[in-house]
Design a protein around this ligand. Sequence first.
Ligand code: TRP
Length: 345
Amino acid sequence: MSEQVQQTAETGQKKKRILSGIQPTGTFTLGNYIGAVRNWGPLQDEYECFYFIADLHAITVAIEPAELRRKSLEAYAQLLACGIDLEKSLVFIQSQIPTHAQLSWVLNCSTQFGELSRMTQFKDKSAKHPDNINAGLFDYPVLMAADILIYNADLVPVGADQTQHLEIARTIARRFNQRYGETFKIPEGYIPPLGAKIMSLQEPTKKMSKSDTNPNAVILILDDKDTIIRKCKRAVTDSGSEVVYAEGKDGINNLLTIYSTVTGRTIEESVKEFEGQGYGTFKVAVGEAIADHLRPVREEYARLIADKAYLKECYTRCGTEALRQSSRLLSKVYRKVGFVQSEIR
Ligand code: TRP
């Protein structure tokens, strides 16, 4: 990405900056893809986008070192395969940019113990892993605030589970600005254009989730065609036989939503297409349509993950730019809090 400030083509105005961290917790699901990921490509024309693999956050729960390294690279390759273009956006690896952790220490001292104790994610995760309530888990929101504030991000796309973290980032930024003078931009949440919500194939009243223990409930964007069709065939539906969108037909409604989204048709058009046909035929058609839609992503991913040298070149180049940009703000913060200026290079 060029060093100059990016401008939008139509208005010539400075582009707003979007920033998001992605935990390397595994392959995106079809739900992640339809709900969010596939919007990221088009977003790059309107916004300056920064994405990073949140590996510092990932070690707040137990994870094997080899697994973390593998998953981080896989997540990186997935972002590129899903349409992030490094001519327009930066994609880097959090642990390679030391400024995040440096800023988070300073921000710790503008954050209250009580505030962090009230975070619902901390409470949930502590309850889930009672044997590993580490200080990093407690401090997670402050590191996340540092991730956001160190790049002067305007917008942060966050799901419902992260809104409390964005709110505390805003609180910390305001508090710091009040005490030390204007330093940080106050970030806003970014509500993406509504992508359809995709439900579990096995319990269609529940959201499709990466962490579902039943593999048949979830389609992963890297699943091959046979796997996708098999999962669709096994999708839970009602005891009826008509492919229509109606109350009480959660399974069929979900499949219709998926089918319409990946084929670019309306629900009405899809219903019409399957008039007089049974669930069996419909399910196979849904599976085929999903597999066709995801094929380019799967192929691009396979190419990227086999080319470690290329991936390294990408995260090194993007990381260098991320470090350059974030170092400026870190210096300003260090000056404001009263650290003696360092001449160490
Ligand atoms: N906590 C986020 C999640 O689990 C990941 C994350 C880390 C993040 N740092 C961030 C998201 C900064 C947005 C901005 O989804």
